[in-house]
Design a protein around this ligand. Structure first.
Ligand code: HEC
Length: 348
């Protein structure tokens, strides 16, 4: 009897010394429930909500270059990669940038995550980003100010063994840069004007197109988003389409998303595996502009690749499917960067 009381007293005292973990925000509970129930409608609704929320805000966010204390490249070229014994090089004038919201930037500064030496000092893994952190990868396509530009459209073609880069897509549309009335108007897209000579020069280099000049417009053809609202982040991706109300990737778009912002299709991943596809294989979630070009990229999944983001990783390819346990030998002698590849690849 007496021993029992002692045990109880100790349990109470010991417990009071352990700081109480803050209750997970309601949002996190709701999102994890949607993931675990494989509630596709709820996950998609969240993907649209994020687009509406982030879409005007990211214009003010810092590029990953600035966040990592490097000169701002403004636009970057898609990297070449090996396919068997050939090297796949992007031939379209596609370019990208990574931007981070203020919470993500503050986290990088606070823990010195811009420097490889400091990343290593954190041991096997860096401190996790705060729940408010958001990262985006934006993909731009230049539209000439003085003539029409042809833009390829992804219609969900079957996966090719050596990847489905944009130049293999079957259909194109014409975008009317000069505003002659022939082709799709620029205001069908979210856009950014190349105002200064510096911006034009950065775009020329990244797109490998010497004819890009100040006064041209770059249109947003794709956007990736990751939000730290759940521990493994929420992954959402968007791409422009000329029939934005057709098909599964249009499902659930809220009426509030109108104008140019209403012309993007969307997909989400809350897990590397679920919901499984009808053939039983792991969940796929990809953006045609970024991942379709990889062999097997059409079946890729954001988490499956970003889980492997780590200092010491030799490469992010080939595409892998399904999840990887943190005990996997892959992680030996690496520092995981909380799913953020830019830290693993771009820190100095
Ligand atoms: C095969 C690997 C791979 C897949 C699949 C992949 N990514 Fe990435 N992602 C990268 C790499 C590598 C970077 C770093 C930028 C760069 O070098 O392109 C990156 C950058 C990002 C960033 C900027 C933050 C960061 O990690 O640097 C976001 C956000 C992002 N990806 C979201 C997504 C989403 C959403 C999907 C799925 C629709 C996805 N990614 C699929 C490899 C991948």
């Amino acid at each position: 009897m007496r021993a029992g009381v002692l045990v109880l007293a100790c349990a109470a005292a010991c417990q009071s010394r352990v700081p109480a973990a803050p209750p997970p925000p309601e949002q996190e509970v709701r999102l994890l429930r949607a993931r675990d129930r494989e509630d596709v409608d709820a996950m998609r609704a969240h993907g649209w909500e994020l687009f509406a929320r982030v879409q005007p805000a990211w214009r003010a966010w810092a590029s990953s270059d600035v966040a990592l204390g490097a000169p701002d490249r403004r636009f970057r070229a898609l990297q070449p990669f090996r396919v068997g014994d050939r090297v796949e090089v992007e031939t379209l004038p596609v370019m990208f940038e990574v931007v981070l919201d203020p919470a993500a930037v503050a986290h990088i500064r606070r823990y010195g995550l811009a420097a490889k030496a400091r990343l290593r000092a954190h041991g096997g893994r860096i401190p996790e980003f705060p729940r408010e952190a958001i990262a985006a990868k934006l993909v731009w396509y230049p539209i000439k100010r003085d003539r029409p530009t042809t833009l390829p459209i992804w219609d969900g073609e079957p996966s090719r063994d050596d990847g489905n880069p944009g130049r293999t897509w079957r259909r194109t549309v014409v975008v009317d840069g000069p505003g002659t009335g022939r082709g799709l108007p620029l205001d069908a897209f979210l856009t950014r004007r190349l105002v200064t000579e510096d911006e034009a020069a950065a775009a020329r280099a990244a797109a490998r197109d010497p004819e890009i000049a100040a006064g041209d417009t770059v249109v947003l053809v794709a956007m990736h988003l990751a939000t730290k609202e759940i521990p493994d982040w929420v992954w959402a991706t968007y791409w422009w389409h000329d029939h934005p109300t057709d098909g599964t990737f249009a499902a659930g778009r809220p009426r509030a998303l109108t104008g140019a912002a209403g012309n993007y299709l969307m997909d989400v991943a809350f897990s590397a595996t679920s919901p499984r596809r009808s053939d039983g294989s792991p969940h796929a979630c990809m953006n045609p502009w970024l991942e379709a070009r990889f062999p097997n990229g059409v079946h890729s999944n954001c988490l499956a690749c970003h889980r492997r983001a780590a200092l010491g990783a030799a490469d992010y390819l080939p595409v892998t499917r399904g999840d990887l346990s943190l005990d996997d030998p892959y992680f030996t002698n690496k520092v995981t960067t909380d799913f953020v590849w830019s830290l693993a690849l771009e820190s100095r």
